[in-house]
Design a protein around this ligand. Structure first.
Ligand code: HEM
Length: 149
């Protein structure tokens, strides 16, 4: 029989005062996981199966979705929850495997910076998206003409 080695001791043994961020991070992973199941499968179902399904996806389809606050908020919620979930999950992995302290701290900072940058960029795209920029009625599809004129 093979004995499994004891897990390594936690990095911080004496906890500082204040909120237990590690506990809240653990809870966040579970809560965001449940919400992401609904948001991701809802997103896939609506985009790939309803109506014309996958064959209906084009620029006009996206323009139509981003003209509705409901889908703007659906996608922004998915973006925020998934990026924070992914970054926090990667933070756990980095903390578990990177033993050199400075390298570990640089990597964790890089993770949060990348997540923050993508969250800001993605949120701006969803809320400022204007499908009619550069609109040309001579080449546009019927749907785009009805949206933009
Ligand atoms: C479909 C919905 C999802 C569910 C239900 C879910 C659930 C979970 C749960 C419960 C954990 C914690 C596991 C643990 O602590 O042992 C976790 C970890 C993780 N998740 Fe998700 N997740 C989902 C989507 C995502 C997405 C979209 C990403 C990427 C953006 C992601 C990236 C990660 C990473 C990197 C970890 C850390 C893995 C580890 O600790 O070994 N997950 N997930």
């Amino acid at each position: 029989m093979t004995a499994i080695a004891d897990p390594r001791s936690p990095r911080v043994t004496v906890r500082r005062k204040g909120p237990n961020l590690e506990k809240w991070g653990w809870i966040y992973m579970r809560v965001s996981g449940v919400l992401l199941v609904v948001l991701i499968f809802g997103h896939l179902f609506v985009n790939l199966m309803v109506g014309e399904g996958i064959h209906g996806i084009d620029f006009a389809f996206v323009a139509g979705k981003y003209a509705t606050p409901f889908w703007q908020w659906w996608d922004v919620l998915m973006l925020w929850l998934a990026l924070i979930h992914g970054a926090n999950g990667m933070r756990t992995i980095v903390n578990d495997y990177v033993t050199h302290d400075r390298t570990r701290r640089v990597l964790v900072w890089a993770l949060w910076l990348a997540a923050a940058f993508l969250i800001v960029l993605g949120t701006l795209v969803v809320f400022t998206f204007d499908p009619c920029l550069g609109f040309d009625a001579s080449t546009a599809s019927d749907t785009m003409i009805s949206i933009c004129s």
